[in-house]
Write a protein that binds this ligand. Structure first.
Ligand SMILES: Nc1ncnc2c1ncn2[C@@H]1O[C@H](COP(=O)(O)OP(=O)(O)OP(=O)(O)O)[C@@H](O)[C@H]1O
Ligand SMILES: [Mg+2]
Length: 337
């Protein structure tokens, strides 16, 4: 079975700064995915792209044919005059539920959610009950995927326990943005963190919140090791450059790939200045330009110079094909591919 929702290479920007560059995301049967990430990292925007309220600038969101995606937004607001009954009826209308089926659905779901008075005005409910109503509104539509944006922010403890029970026993998949670690620990079968520190913009671990933390620790540890190895190579390279032209023409002991002239293009490409004179901003700029010029290169984002160098040198096979030339003598001017 293909995933119910498959979002591929989504890009989105508001104004000048990109929010996402090529993030991918799938939701399959039985998934209960917790989305975490810093404030403003784009969690709500991702949910809105999954249910079509916001269109990505690039990439695709494909929903399997016949599948229904229902969303509960971060804030549940109702117009004056709406009652619990009218809100639910409107949701059933939107989902085109047959008349004969409506009574049963409403009674069951409203009863389990604890709504005693269906004539109560929706806008006068407390924040917690408005949120429950928002969730019930989505549940009566019998979604295949339920999207929830920070549902526990407004729920009291009883409400959170009710929601945990609903999701744990659900026949549908769900995607829940939440900062509530206990809730995620109890409910999630996978966690996705949205954060530009990751090479692909997201990091997914199958399991609940503690499994995610273990996975993240392992990732960061491996990243630190890669960074250290890279720094060592750069230091070796700088030493080599500082030896002076004569020493450099003798058979070099600098075994790092970065500056070894036997592995590189024309020597002038390395200039006289040490490679580290390009700053972090410049490095990011260069990586973006390199990305544009060669779509075959997998460059999500280059947060630091270290990333850029890794990109330039890459795995051996790719390095040979790309033939990137950088002119460090002009402080990192891009010399083309
Ligand atoms: N319609 C919009 N127009 C302009 N900027 C927007 C719009 N929607 C979102 N943004 C910006 O995009 C960024 C991500 O917003 P989003 O609400 O998706 O983040 P979030 O991760 O859900 O944040 P929070 O944890 O605060 O809920 C923010 O900087 C926000 O200001
Ligand atoms: Mg949000």
């Amino acid at each position: 079975m293909p995933p119910i929702i498959s979002a591929q290479k989504l890009g989105k920007r508001f104004g000048a700064t990109p929010l996402f560059r090529e993030i991918s995301f799938t939701v399959s049967e039985g998934d209960r995915i917790g989305i975490v990430g810093p404030n403003g990292s784009g969690k709500s925007t991702l949910l809105a792209m999954l249910d079509g309220r916001v269109l990505p600038d690039s990439g695709d969101v494909a929903v399997r044919k016949g599948m229904r995606v229902s969303g509960v937004q971060q804030i549940s607001e109702y117009a004056a005059g709406d009652t619990v009954r009218s809100v639910i009826d409107a949701a059933l209308d939107r989902a085109k539920v047959a008349e004969a089926e409506r009574g049963g659905r409403k009674a069951e779901i409203l009863g389990r959610a604890g709504f005693a008075d269906v004539e109560a005005r929706a806008d006068s409910l407390s924040g917690g009950w408005r949120k429950r109503l928002g969730i019930v509104e989505a549940l009566v539509q019998h979604p295949d995927v339920l999207l929830l944006d920070e549902p526990t922010n407004h729920l009291d403890l009883a409400g959170i326990e009710w929601l945990e029970g609903v999701l744990q026993n659900a026949a549908f998949a769900c995607v829940v943005v939440s900062h509530d670690r206990y809730f995620l620990e109890n409910v999630a079968t996978a966690i996705v963190e949205i954060n530009p520190v990751y090479e692909n913009g997201t990091f997914r671990v199958e399991g609940n919140y503690s499994t995610f933390l273990e996975g993240k620790e392992a990732y960061l540890h491996a990243q630190r090791n890669r960074q250290e190895a890279l720094e060592n190579r750069v230091h070796t390279e700088i030493d080599w450059l500082r030896r002076g032209p004569k020493a450099r023409t003798t058979k070099s002991k600098a075994s790092g790939r970065i500056g070894d002239p036997r592995n590189r293009g024309p020597r002038r490409a390395f200039g006289r200045r040490p490679v580290l004179t390009i700053g972090q901003n410049r490095a990011q700029q260069l990586a973006r330009r390199a990305d544009n010029r060669s779509p075959r290169m997998r460059v999500a984002f280059a947060p630091a110079l270290g990333e850029l160098l890794r990109l330039i040198h890459g795995p051996v096979g790719r390095r040979r094909r790309l033939r990137i030339r950088f002119d460090f003598s002009t402080n990192g001017r891009f010399a083309g591919l």
